[in-house]
Design a protein around this ligand. Structure first.
Ligand SMILES: Cc1cc2nc3c(=O)[nH]c(=O)nc-3n(C[C@H](O)[C@H](O)[C@H](O)COP(=O)(O)OP(=O)(O)OC[C@H]3O[C@@H](n4cnc5c(N)ncnc54)[C@H](O)[C@@H]3O)c2cc1C
Length: 395
């Protein structure tokens, strides 16, 4: 059998999503050699449209590393969030009392594209279409990561650290021996139909509470919008022909005039969350969705991935400069602290905005509680400030 091509580097990053590319770009800036392995093609990676807002904390992070101008492609947000209850419009300043830059309306695929450009323009080693990625020796001092390139040639890269940035279904977490990690999964019991359409975005991010179910309308580009519609678990996309989508969007948003446009993507998914503890095993560090999934309510998944990435890259930089392991030892507890804080925020918002509308799941008492919670954001400046602090990624 042909021997694999053997190589060596300091860090192998598995996965080129927001987490992996941020790790790689920050390591590159610190002069730490790394290789990124991505199973998909460049074109596929650039197509993946998900998150739409980079929170204040992450904007500041990119500014501090001198990257903000190059990697954040979107316009700054004006901080206003619209919450429409049964058609009644109310506006919340999601930056009330926040001391920091405006969040950036930068779609995930734009951030990913810009990070790829930044990393590769500066000579970064990013290998697309890496198949059969496998991790070995994670508990020892020099793990190895194997893969095949598109021509079928096998490689084995020896390294000091592996950054597992390959999402919830990747190979990194699956390589940890059974019993070393504990999973804390949670099913919110809610599904969303998500629709991407060529429709002008709303003036402000729009969340709608409605007795027919929750709905939302967000910008995903100058002429593109993402809509979310709450639907019962088990619903299929076939149950939602385009006419039904637009009829429900208009009814739930309370906007009869909303102009429909071509739908380019339609998907139903269940709102679920999970945290895997600890976020490291030996010399493997799980970063982003590989370690935790946050339900999309509150827009925290990608932002949490960016946070983990910075904590990891900083720790590796300190180890490289001074042999200081303290940052790597603290990686998991540091990131888990923020993870649980964001999970709580996302769950709190999920309950409030769903229960306040359709009471068929939770009953009229919970509906009134949720409305009281929601109203407090508009009547109590400290409540609004606490909300804004979490939206910004502080606290
Ligand atoms: C519909 C939807 C809407 C969302 N909306 C928001 C939002 O508004 N705000 C927000 O902050 N977050 C949102 N999220 C969450 C956000 O998209 C994720 O949290 C984010 O993508 C996590 O980044 P990541 O780099 O950790 O993982 P991913 O983006 O999943 O990237 C992982 C990468 O690893 C690669 N990979 C996988 N397996 C392997 C392997 N074996 N070998 C090599 N490479 C591999 C994948 O191809 C991928 O490129 C949303 C998610 C969904 C599904």
């Amino acid at each position: 059998m042909t021997q694999p091509v053997r190589e060596s580097t300091r860090v192998v990053v598995v996965g080129a999503g927001p987490a992996g590319l941020t790790v790689a770009t920050l390591l590159q800036g610190a002069g730490v050699p790394c290789t990124v392995l991505e199973q998909r093609s460049r074109a596929r990676v650039l197509q993946r449209q998900r998150a739409g807002i980079v929170e204040t904390r992450a904007v500041r992070m990119f500014q501090e590393y001198g990257l903000a101008d190059r990697v954040l492609g979107g316009a700054p947000s004006n901080g206003v969030l619209e919450i429409r209850t049964e058609g009644e419009r109310r506006f919340l300043r999601s930056d009330a009392g926040v001391d920091g830059p405006a969040p950036s309306l930068c779609p995930q695929q734009v951030l990913v594209g810009n990070l790829i450009q930044e990393f590769t323009d500066r000579g970064g080693d990013l290998r697309f279409e890496a198949s059969e990625v496998s991790l070995a020796g994670l508990a020892g001092p020099r793990p190895t990561v194997g893969y095949r390139d598109p021509s079928g040639t096998a490689y084995e890269i020896s390294c000091e650290f592996v950054a597992g940035c390959d999402g919830d279904h990747g190979v990194s977490r699956a390589s940890v021996p059974e019993g070393e990690l504990t999973a804390y999964p949670f099913d919110h019991g809610i599904a969303w139909l998500t629709v991407l359409a060529d429709v002008p975005p709303p003036q402000h991010p729009l969340l709608a509470v409605n007795s027919r179910g929750y709905a939302a309308h967000f910008a995903r580009g100058p002429r593109t919008s993402r809509f979310y519609l709450q639907c019962p678990p088990g619903t299929r996309t076939e149950d939602w022909p385009d006419d039904r989508v637009w009829e429900q969007v208009r009814a739930r948003l309370g906007d009869k005039e909303l102009v429909a446009g071509p739908i380019t993507e339609k998907e139903v998914f269940s709102l679920r969350s999970v945290v895997h503890e600890p976020m490291s095993y030996g010399r493997l560090y799980l970063v982003g969705d590989a370690a935790h999934v946050v339900s999309p309510m509150g827009g925290k998944g990608m932002n949490l991935a960016l946070y983990d990435a910075e904590v990891f890259a900083r720790a590796v930089r300190d180890f490289t400069a001074r042999g200081d392991m303290s940052g790597l030892d603290a990686y998991s507890p540091t990131c888990l602290h923020r993870t649980w804080n964001y999970q709580e925020f996302s769950r709190w918002m999920t309950e409030m905005l769903h229960d306040a509308g359709d009471d068929s799941r939770t009953g009229p008492f919970r509906r009134r509680l949720a409305r009281a919670r929601l109203d407090r954001l508009f009547s109590s400046p400290p409540a609004a400030a606490a909300f804004a602090e979490l939206m910004a990624g502080f606290g």
